[in-house]
Design a protein around this ligand. Structure first.
Ligand SMILES: CC(C)(C)[C@H](NC(=O)Nc1cc(F)cc(F)c1)C(=O)N(CC(=O)NO)CC1CCCC1
Ligand SMILES: [Zn+2]
Length: 185
């Protein structure tokens, strides 16, 4: 099983790489690794397992965060409305809204063991083309928090960290002339 020891931390060059596409259809190895990534997220949100293995409650994980040079990620978001899970290969944002959103509490990262303050502007709505476990092309439309998670994970696959988006002069400055609002407004 994946634990926090398997998650590479900032400074590891693989987090700054544009990782390689996965040949479709995915091999059994590709699929097994991606299933393990999803299981990590589920374990990390299970109080007993998270406490036992000291896991941070993760909602998304990209393959390079466990040292794999493969364009794939897992997302697992569960809240009172239900649960949402994705295991996708070669994701590509094919369109997005002009309007933007940000998490008022800022963002963190499983690969970053420090608090980095500041707003991270994200597209409010995105349309993503990717491939599922069977190697079939899928189109995913997202808005709000799931859209933020997807953008955070796809950034990882392109060697981008969340704090790259934070305004250097004033971390809490919002981009001018941009329709942007806090997610919970
Ligand atoms: C870095 C960490 C704080 C562990 C973050 N977790 C998270 O946001 N958990 C969460 C949020 C909720 F709104 C409700 C809930 F039940 C659990 C996370 O997994 N990530 C994923 C990551 O680091 N991927 O590389 C960071 C998030 C920041 C914005 C999107 C993903
Ligand atoms: Zn991250």
């Amino acid at each position: 099983m994946i634990t926090m020891d398997d998650i590479v931390r900032e400074g590891d060059p693989i987090l700054r790489k544009v990782v390689d596409e996965v040949q479709m259809p995915p091999t059994e190895e590709d699929k097994a690794e991606l299933r393990c990534m999803l299981q990590f997220l589920k374990n990390s949100q299970n109080p007993e397992i998270a406490a036992k293995y000291n896991l941070r409650a993760g909602v998304g994980l990209s393959a390079n965060q466990i040292g794999l040079n493969k364009r794939m990620f897992a997302v697992y978001i569960s809240d009172e409305d239900g649960e949402m899970e994705y295991t996708l290969f070669n994701p590509k944002i094919i369109s997005h809204s002009v309007s933007m959103i940000y998490l008022p509490q800022g963002e963190g990262c499983l690969s970053v063991d420090r608090k980095v303050e500041g707003f991270v502007p994200r597209h409010e709505r995105i349309k993503v083309k990717a491939y599922d476990m069977d190697g079939n092309e899928v189109l995913v439309k997202l808005k709000g928090f799931p859209a933020i998670v997807f953008q955070h994970e796809i950034d990882h696959l392109n060697g981008i960290m969340f704090y790259d988006h934070i305004n250097k002069e004033n971390p809490f400055a919002l981009p001018a002339n941009v329709d942007i609002r806090s997610l919970y407004e």
